[in-house]
Design a protein around this ligand. Sequence first.
Ligand code: ATP
Length: 263
Amino acid sequence: MPDPNPLIEISHVTHAYKTASGPLPVLNDLNIRAQAGTFTAVVGPSGCGKSTLTRLIAGLMTPDQGEVRLHGQKVSGPRKTVGMAFQNPVLLEWRTIIDNVLLPLEIVGTSMSRTEQRERAMSLLRLVGLEGFENKRPSELSGGMRQRASLCRSIVHKPEVLILDEPFGALDNFTREDLWQTMHDLRKAESFTCVLITHDLRESLFLGDQVVVLSGRPATTQYVMEVPLGPDRTLDDLYTAESAENLHILRDQIKIAQGRVAA
Ligand SMILES: Nc1ncnc2c1ncn2[C@@H]1O[C@H](COP(=O)(O)OP(=O)(O)OP(=O)(O)O)[C@@H](O)[C@H]1O
């Protein structure tokens, strides 16, 4: 039975960018529902409107038609209760790693004391394996380590909703799989509802409770897969016959979205 009160509710969202050559329709009657504490992976052809969707959820834009609701409240502007991480971690070189992680608390404000803030940041850095690197500068860390720090920064203020826009896209395969595991650890320790944009179908299956396939632009919700893997899933679960079958289904859906085969 679907939750009648999902935490994220995207209903009939339609949006077009105004460009010099006229309106560019990007989203068309898009619908997504995500229950509290779940992980939604969104996949779709390149340029179909995935990042636009993240901006709408974060309240950085409002749709032409339809609405985005968080906890039943219509999103009409940026919210403090949203955390974001992107493919490029964009850490500030003049701040140490821990001071980068603490940044959102400075921006959104907090009732935590300075000591509590540092304890909170350290507990996250410990969780992602960066204890001992808290006083380093970003350039002293590898790409994977910087992305770990970026993940800590995106959740340090305990956001209700975490939006990840291809955060593992620029990493090599081994580092990426390590980061998937880290993401699982963070999920168990924290209580956010996550929307992940990714081009990697294995990643969508490993991290997602549901995988939403968007059609080509203007994107609509083409297909939703409920992932049959539990919270204690491991990378080995990607190599079962059932996962192979599910990856096939997702790959076929992407081909349809790309217009390479008929629905
Ligand atoms: N601010 C903007 N003004 C005009 N057009 C835009 C704007 N932002 C994005 N677009 C266009 O809207 C379309 C969707 O962009 P968006 O970044 O949402 O897609 P995406 O699915 O995230 O792409 P990718 O998979 O390549 O990362 C693209 O054609 C893009 O060029």
